[in-house]
Design a binder for this molecule. Structure first.
Ligand code: SF4
Length: 71
């Protein structure tokens, strides 16, 4: 469905879970110790898997209508 993804950097504490679970979608900014969206066009499944792995719920997904999908 082409989710939109946003990382709330004020919540990110750099655990890398999202990158480990979905390296196609997320990567680490090693200098800042924060996650980045590597590919906004990553599959919905990859985006959701990465978001669900985040202990801080820092990764927010919305559907094309703007409805919150996660968290
Ligand atoms: S899993 Fe969450 S807290 Fe950890 S690096 Fe990714 S976005 Fe940041």
């Amino acid at each position: 469905m082409a989710y939109k993804v946003q990382i709330i950097t004020s919540l990110c504490c750099g655990t890398s879970n999202c990158v480990e679970e979905a390296p196609e979608a997320f990567e680490m900014d090693e200098d800042r110790g924060l996650a980045l969206v590597r590919s906004p066009q990553a599959s919905d499944g990859d985006l959701l898997r990465g978001a669900e792995a985040c202990p801080m719920q820092a990764i927010q997904l919305t559907d094309p209508t703007g409805r919150r999908v996660y968290p």
